[in-house]
Design a binder for this molecule. Structure first.
Ligand code: NCD
Ligand code: ZN
Ligand code: ZN
Ligand code: ZN
Length: 365
């Protein structure tokens, strides 16, 4: 079997649910899933219960992760209307400041203009980005405009902006326009990510998947999906937005939004490479080089993965390591499999087995 060496993936958008909802996922299962997906470092979102919005909550999460994580990890600080000061003092301990400008899973929505301005004003420039959930259509909350607002605030206050899970044709066109108007100075000032579910699924899949396809931003039309592929040249990152919920929760009366993704991103992208829709070079930029540049992470020569690009298998939720045990990509035939993962020179995953102990993962910030 011919295997290929690639840099390990850095997934800049995951929800490992620890603390607060460890029945969905925890730092051990989530980071084992990461390694199985060829992901060597994860950046964990702050919409926990309780949310990660101050130094104490960051320390609590760091303690949990340092005991349980199989791969490297970092955290976002969540923005609230009351923690502008924390943003300024804690920036060196986090990947970035996360602002939920639209309603999603969890308590962290912040739409007050004065609070938004205060966060953009106070966030220390030049270090790490402000990451925003600001997309997707919504009838009553003006989310379509939130993204334009976030770009304007970043420009006015001279701060770096990273736009999470871009899902709509108009959004990616807005980002293209903004990058063009920023000109040569745009590098790292404005970055964006797309998810595999918005690249590979559409509203048409909802008939088949039911509530399992419920996600924020919602799956787009075929035109939206095509626009993401057509504009992939200005996309900086592919991130999973790994957002596990149990099957029972998804099939209950109020299904929470979110789909797991840590273990399916790479097989899907390797399939796109096999199909000639993505080059090896772009795959590496989108999943590893750009995440490292945007979040100021040093890439270690001894951290890499080996994939079998010729493998063919069918994605199957029950064989995944994520605690939630399902995937919206169930039944999809893919090309390519992760064979081995090395983290800082140590073999941590081989042929379906996680070898790294909980606690092997290190804090990135
Ligand atoms: C995420 C979650 O479940 O935490 N859900 C989702 O649908 N993407 C929250 C988020 O990323 O907005
Ligand atoms: Zn989001
Ligand atoms: Zn998310
Ligand atoms: Zn196989």
């Amino acid at each position: 079997m011919r295997s290929l060496r690639l840099p390990g993936l850095i997934d800049v958008h995951v929800h490992l649910r620890d603390p607060g909802a460890t029945h969905k996922e925890d730092f051990s299962t989530g980071t084992a899933a990461a390694l199985a997906g060829g992901v060597v470092a994860v950046l964990d979102m702050p919409n926990n219960t309780p949310p990660t919005v101050n130094g104490q909550r960051l320390s609590e999460k760091a303690q949990i992760a340092s005991e349980k994580a199989h791969c490297d990890f970092g955290f976002y600080l969540g923005a609230t209307e009351d923690n502008v000061g924390d943003g300024a003092t804690l920036s060196h301990r986090v990947a970035g400041l996360k602002i939920y400008m639209g309603q999603t899973y969890g308590p962290l929505k912040m739409a007050d203009l004065a609070a938004l301005m205060a966060h953009f004003r106070n966030w220390p420039a030049a270090t790490r980005p402000i990451a925003v959930h600001a997309g997707g259509p919504s009838t009553n909350s003006g989310q379509g405009l939130a993204m334009a607002g976030a770009i304007a605030l970043a420009r006015l206050y001279g701060k770096r902006l990273h736009i999470c899970h871009v899902s709509r044709k108009a959004e990616i066109e807005l980002i293209r326009k903004a990058k063009e108007s920023w000109g040569a100075k745009a590098d790292l000032k404005l970055t964006c990510e797309v998810t595999p579910h918005h690249l590979f699924l559409t509203q048409a899949d909802v008939a088949r998947l039911g509530n399992l396809a419920h996600v924020k931003p919602p799956l787009g039309t075929e035109e939206d999906r095509a626009a993401l592929w057509d504009n992939l040249d200005i996309v900086d990152v592919i991130a999973s937005d790994h957002a596990p919920h149990t099957i029972a929760e998804k099939e209950g009366p109020e299904p929470p939004p979110g789909v797991p993704g840590l273990e399916t991103t790479l097989p899907l992208l390797l399939t796109a490479v096999a199909d000639g829709r993505l080059s090896w070079e772009r795959l590496i930029e989108l999943t590893s080089e750009n995440p490292a540049r945007i979040f100021g992470l040093r890439q270690d020569e001894r951290t890499y993965i080996e994939v079998d690009p010729n493998d063919r298998h069918v994605l199957d939720g029950s064989s995944l390591r994520t605690k939630c045990g399902w995937t919206p990509f169930e039944g999809m035939a893919v090309r390519g499999r992760v064979v081995r993962v090395y983290l800082r020179g140590t073999l941590v995953y081989t042929d379906g087995q996680v070898l790294a102990q909980p606690g092997f993962g290190r804090a990135l910030f």
